[in-house]
Design a protein around this ligand. Structure first.
Ligand code: C2G
Length: 448
């Protein structure tokens, strides 16, 4: 008798799960299915699991393929289960390709091809909808988006668009999704779009997607002009669609905690904010070759402007930019200085000059400091006049962190607007306006 084991969350039970269980069962005579507990999912960074453990177990049972259901509640449990249940084959979906090769010391490991384009047909009775997402762009960030999206229950990336067929096809193959080089066709059957193309293409893509009734999550900086930002947000609101600017820091739990502490009064009245993010970049990369939209501020500015705009608002009295340029004229280091009625702030970004990445928020009673990578906040300290008193705060941050903005985007679409305050329309518009002012000073406006 061949004994097979597989594991999963099996939330919002769909065709992908059904087909996986069916094929796993066909591999042998006896199938054991491990269903994850809420606690284990939280520990491994899976967000938004909707169904209770009981419901998920019931759905696995209802499929009719499981001879036995067990609970998966801890990291490292798989190897002991394989031994305990005398397993011959460990089966799992191909989105985990390679991840469980270590089990092959104990039994055969089989990766079953994942099911493309899942829908909500199996969920009718639960009245739930799986968001079908399409990605515009095939670059580094788009490549991070797909695995991160798999950690958020209720969303399925189904298609990618790139006008360049080779790039689109290559990306689609890696992630086992469809591709299209025709924008209209790409949007067919898709509920929402993630825009991860070069900056200067954002406006047109976002507009096109909204015009076709799709919700949009757009990578930062969404646009580099105030009026474009206003127009897109107004249009989305008018059409009752969700439009999110994807500055991942804004949705990161640690950053939320940091803002909460800053606003709590613990450090008194805030009078100074200093945010710095530098990342040495290859001279041949888009960031340092795109003469219209490249450079340090457009690339990294959204992160550094975020805490300033969030804590001090958009009513600054003055803003000043100072840059160091490369021989082509792109800014490799830029410092933005703000003057507010009751405070001053600086945002410093560099692609060609390295500095200490740090976020400092200074008040009348103390200061908050978070070291690099503070834009993926996991740890920060609060210091006071009494140097021996230091409050330490930490928060978990999983993977590349895109999963948090994906979760909030999804929740907004599903009518839970709790996350709207994390990055408001007016904050996004204020950042676009600052970028515009900078590009005006740089005399690059004609090109954007
Ligand atoms: N699956 C699939 N096709 C899909 C979606 C999921 O074949 N479109 C497969 C997954 O690859 C996995 C199983 O269905 O083998 C369960 O998927 P999830 O519920 O998303 O669980 P997962 O997070 O993959 O947990 O310990 C847990 C396991 O490591 C897997």
């Amino acid at each position: 008798m061949t004994r097979v084991i597989t594991y999963g969350t099996f939330d919002l039970f769909h065709e992908g799960h059904y087909r996986l269980l069916k094929r796993a069962k066909e591999l042998g005579d006896y199938l054991i299915v491990g269903v994850t507990t809420e606690k284990y999912d939280m520990e491994r960074g899976k967000l938004n699991v909707v169904d209770s453990l009981m419901t998920r177990i019931e759905n696995v049972k209802k499929s009719g393929f499981a001879d036995e259901v067990i609970i998966e509640e801890a990291v490292g449990q798989k190897i002991s289960d394989v031994q305990k249940y005398h397993i011959d084959i460990f089966a799992i979906g191909s989105d985990w390709m390679g991840a469980f090769d270590y089990i092959s010391d104990y039994c055969k490991v089989v990766y079953l091809e994942r099911t493309k384009n899942i829908s909500s047909t199996m969920l009718r009775e639960q009245n739930r909808h799986i968001q079908k997402v399409g990605i515009i762009g095939t670059g580094r960030i788009a490549n991070r988006f797909v695995p991160e999206s798999k950690q958020v229950s209720g969303i399925d990336v189904q298609r990618v668009y790139n006008p360049n067929r080779d790039s689109a096809e290559h990306f689609a193959k890696i992630w086992e999704i469809d591709f299209s080089t025709d924008l209209e066709l790409f949007l067919k059957g898709i509920d929402s779009v993630y825009v991860a193309s070069p900056h200067q293409t954002h406006y047109d893509y976002v507009k096109f997607a909204l015009e076709h009734g799709k919700h949009v999550l757009c990578e930062k900086p969404m646009v580099l002009k105030k009026n474009q930002s206003e127009e897109l947000f107004d249009y989305a609101r008018q059409k009752n669609l969700v439009l999110f600017e994807g500055i991942k820091t804004a949705y990161c739990p640690g950053f939320e905690k940091l803002l909460g502490i800053a606003c709590s009064g613990i450090i008194g009245n805030i009078h100074y904010i200093d945010a710095c993010f530098t990342k040495l970049e290859d001279k041949n990369k888009r960031e340092l070759t795109d003469m219209a939209c490249g450079g340090s501020l457009t690339e990294l500015g959204s992160y550094c402007l975020l805490p300033i705009i969030k804590l001090f608002g958009n009513k600054y009295e003055g803003v000043r930019f100072e840059s160091i340029h490369d021989n082509k004229g792109l800014d490799v280091f830029t410092k933005v200085s703000f003057r507010y009625p009751k405070g001053i702030a600086t945002a410093t970004c560099g692609l060609g000059v390295k500095s200490e990445g740090r976020l400092l928020i200074a008040g009348t009673k103390g200061y908050i400091v978070a070291s690099a990578p503070w834009w993926k906040t996991t740890y920060f300290e609060v210091h006071y006049e009494n140097a021996s008193q230091v409050d330490k705060y930490s928060e978990r941050f999983f993977g590349d962190g895109l999963r948090y903005e994906i979760r909030d985007f999804l929740n907004m679409i599903n009518g839970d607007d709790k996350s709207v305050f994390k990055l408001t329309r007016s904050e996004s518009i204020a950042m676009a306006e600052i970028m515009e002012k900078f590009l005006e000073q740089e005399k690059r406006m004609d090109n954007t």
